[in-house]
Design a protein. Structure first.
Length: 182
């Protein structure tokens, strides 16, 4: 399945070269445009199946699936549908109208939550989401990411007491594409 996902990422043109500023604020000569992948139903199904299978193999038990907006929402939704587990969406900022929620979906103290993300660089946005879930009494049992850029996310996430499970490393993509990362 991993080879199929790597091929889909490459064939979808998700790796862009040029000058980019990432969410983390870092500058990069390449960008992983996973949004073009996660709008593809075939790719979403594959990603959801891979996360379901990997979490099962690892013995990770969870009650709910969560994803920070925007990129992780389709992934979390696909996984929710694949597993029949309720979905949680972590907003970037508190709603300024209506209920003012930071988390959409029902969350209860003690919920075991599997958090998903599209791409990690330093892990900042997914760490923020994990901390919000924790503040609401949930236990984040694991964080799955489609692509880890291998730029400190794993170390930063583990420093905060969470565990990162990448489906694909950026080095896998560059190797499959026959391109040097540097």
């Amino acid at each position: 399945m991993k080879e199929e996902l790597v091929k889909l990422i490459i064939d979808s043109g998700c790796i862009k070269f040029g000058h980019f500023i990432l969410t983390s604020g870092k500058e990069s000569n390449y960008y992983i445009d996973i949004k073009s992948l996660i709008t593809n139903p075939k790719a979403l199904k594959l990603i959801a199946k891979m996360i379901k299978e990997e979490s099962r193999k690892l013995g990770i038990e969870y009650d709910k699936v969560a994803g920070p907006e925007l990129g992780a929402v389709p992934i979390a939704t696909a996984l929710s549908l694949e597993t029949d587990k309720p979905l949680l969406i972590i907003r970037k900022k508190k709603k300024e109208h209506g209920t003012g929620k930071l988390i959409e979906g029902e969350i209860s103290p003690g919920d075991r939550v599997l958090l998903v993300e599209d791409v990690t660089t330093t892990g900042g946005s997914v760490i923020r989401a994990a901390k919000i879930l924790k503040e609401h009494g949930a236990e984040v049992v694991g964080i799955f990411v489609v692509v880890d850029r291998e730029e400190g996310a794993r170390e930063n996430i583990e420093k905060e007491g969470f565990k990162l499970y990448p489906l694909v490393l950026v080095s896998d993509l560059f190797e499959a594409a026959g391109v040097s990362k540097d």
